[in-house]
Design a protein around this ligand. Structure first.
Ligand code: ACO
Length: 327
């Protein structure tokens, strides 16, 4: 590693429309109490297409907040982590580049579902640490409301729409904030959480249904998360040459409050160490970590050690140890 990376800005955005558990009770065989106790979720935000809310609009709002006064034409790299883009192509990253007028940035999307932000952050950091680029904007955004079967209570209660962004810059190596990372994939678990593209056949000549709704084997994903994430955090802490007790806070993918509590228990941590805003947003997939990071940034000590951890479809999972310094 020749250079370090430093955080320079955080931002997030969520749609204005709030759908609370009681709204779902109106058309689903469920109860607000069941959702709250089994997942920790009270409400979620969903895009309103009549207000032009979509993946690009939320990404743009979050990115502008993360960039602050930084001149967009000086951005070198834009990575957008998303599995629910407005367009399969052009990428959301290219559309964001145009919307920001970041004409000198190379821009591409990255697909790793709910691990996408962690994968994107680590990827971007490599370009900075090896000296290729001076800065990078990483956005996590997902609009699952468009890809849910709203009558399927096993998935529709869980997800919300949002975007989160982080802006990082190259620094001297002694100021490096990304201390260690750990990325994993296991395609054998692919059928447990999927969103399938259904193309038209050549003979048929038309596509009636370009995407199916999200399918999830909730129990398997739950077991996978509570088994792998504590081990992953122990491994990444070891790589950073610290103990798990030296991690001040975990910003984990917000999928289920019970998953966060189980991770804390397995690591012998107080529950409060796993930061949580799931009750307000539900599972916002690639957005959940930068959204929580942005929301909790002001309450973090000026300097502390963070672990970030994502997990999701693929299957994919990954974590980083980040030496946080308020900017
Ligand atoms: N309302 C009321 N009852 C329900 C609901 C609901 N919304 N959903 C399921 N139930 C019922 C079931 O039918 C079942 O009833 P039964 O006992 O009579 O058969 C009972 O509640 C228990 O169902 P389970 O599926 O066992 O419920 P569980 O406690 O496992 O909770 C949940 C389900 C919330 C989905 C949980 O498994 C979970 O959070 N899984 C992880 C999801 C996740 O982490 N996803 C992250 C990845 S996202 C990405 O990458 C895109």
């Amino acid at each position: 590693m020749n250079f370090g990376v430093e955080i320079k800005g955080l931002g997030s955005a969520s749609p204005s429309k709030i759908v609370c558990n009681e709204d779902l009770e109106q058309f689903l065989e469920t109860s607000s109490e069941w959702i709250k106790t089994r997942t920790g979720i009270s409400e979620r935000r969903v895009c309103d297409p009549s207000k032009q809310e979509n993946g690009l609009s939320l990404s743009l709002e979050a990115a502008k907040k993360a960039l602050g006064n930084f001149a967009p034409e000086k951005i070198d790299l834009i990575i957008v982590a998303t599995s629910t883009p407005d367009f399969l192509y052009p990428s959301t990253a290219c559309r964001l580049q145009e919307a920001l007028k970041a004409k000198n940035a190379v821009a591409f999307d990255l697909s790793a579902a709910c691990s996408g932000f962690v994968f994107g952050l680590v990827n971007a950091a490599q370009f900075l640490q090896n000296g290729t680029y001076k800065n990078a904007l990483i956005v996590g955004v997902d609009i699952h409301s468009r890809f849910l079967d709203w009558t399927d209570r096993s998935t529709s209660i869980l997800f919300g729409d949002a975007a989160g962004a982080v802006f990082i810059e190259r620094s001297d190596s002694e100021k490096n904030q990304l201390l260690a990372f750990n990325l994993r994939s296991d395609g054998s678990g692919g059928d447990d959480l999927s969103l399938k593209c259904v193309g038209g056949e050549y003979q048929a000549g038309k596509i009636e249904k370009p995407l199916e709704a999200v399918f999830m084997n909730g129990k398997k994903i739950y077991s996978f998360a509570i088994k792998t994430i504590p081990d992953l955090i122990a491994e990444v802490a070891h790589s950073a040459k610290i103990s798990t007790d030296e991690i001040d806070y975990l910003i984990c993918h917000q999928a289920n409050q019970r998953i966060l509590d189980s991770i804390a228990e397995k690591l012998n941590w107080p529950k409060e160490k796993c930061l949580s805003n799931i009750s307000k947003y539900g599972n916002t997939s690639a957005a959940s970590i930068p959204l929580a990071w942005d929301e909790f940034a002001e309450t973090l000590p000026k300097e502390c050690t963070l672990a970030l951890a994502g997990f999701g479809a693929g299957l994919t999972w990954g974590s980083v140890i980040w030496k946080w310094k308020a900017f």
